[in-house]
Design a protein around this ligand. Structure first.
Ligand code: FE2
Length: 438
């Protein structure tokens, strides 16, 4: 009888403890949002305090803030209700780290730590070096485990500012009545509890109007995205980052391509008026505009991702990116790593100097495919034995990358092999003017 009581108590407590905890920045400077899940409707509380501040010698008292929650039926064939909690810590000091715990006031998570540095919208501006992990097409299953191990280790020994996930999560968030999404959010929890995990949607999130994506992730609001987390931008360090949604060109449910384009053009215009302060303009989205598979060869004509789909996206975005002086476009969807030269209208645009791992004074966007974090699909688009002329490096290995924007002139990107725990490729991009075609 005692055993039955203990087992019942354990199951009950399991429904109350927070899980799937992840952080994200909001549309406001100095804010960090935490989201987490319970399986019973309980209160939403974040307890936090600053530590390691330049100006605060000792940790201060803990502060409790009240969040909110929604019930979410994550099931498709059966009803599975989970409670998704959200709370936002405000007034962060970029010189502090913060320790925090989430819970209901009785059942708490572990204590985690994040940096108080967030996107930056008001003077005095912080344009010091910014480092981002960039990752795409990461799901459950053994192919993604190497990436989990390497990124978990790296996040504990080598600091960075945030994580940018370029679409396709879990494979898929809604599968097995939402259990796959639950499992994957728990896989990333050791990382996403310490760093803002910023997302944009891929095709694997499209199920039922992106319901799981929009419900499980809350990204910065803007006047056009209608709270969908589909597209947004932020300033950090010497760079302006744009996270956009190429799914609108394949499935325009909720937000149309025209809505996003109007927002994008306005956002690019604002960014271009600010390039003395933040000269780097970096765009990320899921579908590729340029990848090295030579789809014109008859053998590979079936490759739609780098073929007809990429050509369609070029028609929509190539001029927009080039004419607005976009420096880099990070793309995914294709499950490998590819780095291209500066490209416009399907042709290499020579820089002032181009080497195998360096571009000085590039004059068009540089394209990098980052879709090899690993998932059960494996490598759906093997790299071509006859890549395009503008292809610089390509690999079928699994991994992810680190972007370092050092200052107004120097940017560095390196891409890792997760199984080999090694750096497979790197590139320097050096500006000789704030904007190449101004
Ligand atoms: Fe995809």
């Amino acid at each position: 009888m005692l055993c039955v009581f203990l087992i019942a108590s354990t199951v009950y407590a399991g429904y109350l403890y927070p899980e799937q905890i992840h952080l994200s920045w909001t549309e406001n400077e100095g804010e960090m949002r935490a989201m987490w899940v319970t399986y019973l409707p309980v209160s939403s509380v974040i307890s936090y305090r600053p530590i390691l501040c330049n100006s605060i010698a000792n940790p201060t008292e803990w502060t409790n803030i009240q969040g909110s929650s929604i019930s979410f039926n994550e099931g498709q064939t059966i009803t599975r209700i989970q409670y998704i909690h959200t709370g936002v810590i405000t007034g962060l000091n970029e010189n502090c780290y913060y320790e925090y715990s989430v819970g209901d006031g009785l059942f708490w998570s572990d204590i985690y730590v994040f940096s108080g540095r967030t996107p930056d919208y008001s003077a005095p501006f912080n344009t010091k070096e910014v480092e981002m992990i960039i990752i795409g097409d990461w799901g459950t299953g053994h192919n993604g485990v190497y990436t989990k191990h390497l990124l978990s280790q790296e996040s504990k020994i080598r600091d960075f500012d945030g994580i940018l996930h370029v679409g396709d999560f879990a494979y898929d968030l809604h599968n097995e009545n939402g259990r796959v999404g639950d499992r994957w959010l728990n896989i990333i929890e050791p990382i996403a509890t310490s760093f803002a995990y910023m997302t944009l949607p891929g095709n694997h999130e499209g199920h039922k109007n992106f319901t799981h994506y929009k419900t499980r992730f809350n990204m910065p609001l803007n006047e056009a995205n209608n709270g969908t987390s589909y597209f947004y931008s932020f300033d950090m360090g010497p760079a302006h980052f744009i996270m956009m949604n190429t799914e609108v060109y394949f499935d325009d449910s909720n937000v149309t391509a025209i809505t996003q384009m109007n927002w994008l053009l306005d956002d690019l215009n604002k960014a271009n008026n600010n390039r003395e302060l933040r000269p780097w303009l970096i765009v990320l989205s899921h579908h590729p505009l340029y990848c090295s598979v030579n789809w014109e060869l008859p053998l590979l004509q079936s490759n739609g991702d780098c073929g007809p789909d990429a050509v369609m996206l070029q028609k929509n975005l190539d001029d927009v990116f080039y004419k607005n002086g976009v420096d880099l476009y990070f793309q995914a969807h294709v499950h490998n790593y590819e780095r291209e030269a500066a490209i416009y209208k399907n042709l290499t645009v020579p820089s002032e100097y181009d080497g195998p791992n360096i571009h000085i004074g590039p004059k068009a966007p540089i394209y990098i495919t980052n879709g090899n974090a690993g998932n059960y699909e494996g490598h759906n688009d093997p790299t071509s034995p006859t890549p395009q002329d503008w292809a610089q490096f390509w690999s079928n290995d699994y991994g992810y990358g680190r972007l370092i924007v050092y200052n107004n002139t120097h940017l560095y990107y390196e891409h890792y092999s997760s199984p080999d725990v090694s750096c497979m490729d790197h590139v320097w991009v050096i500006k000789t003017q704030n904007r190449y075609n101004s």
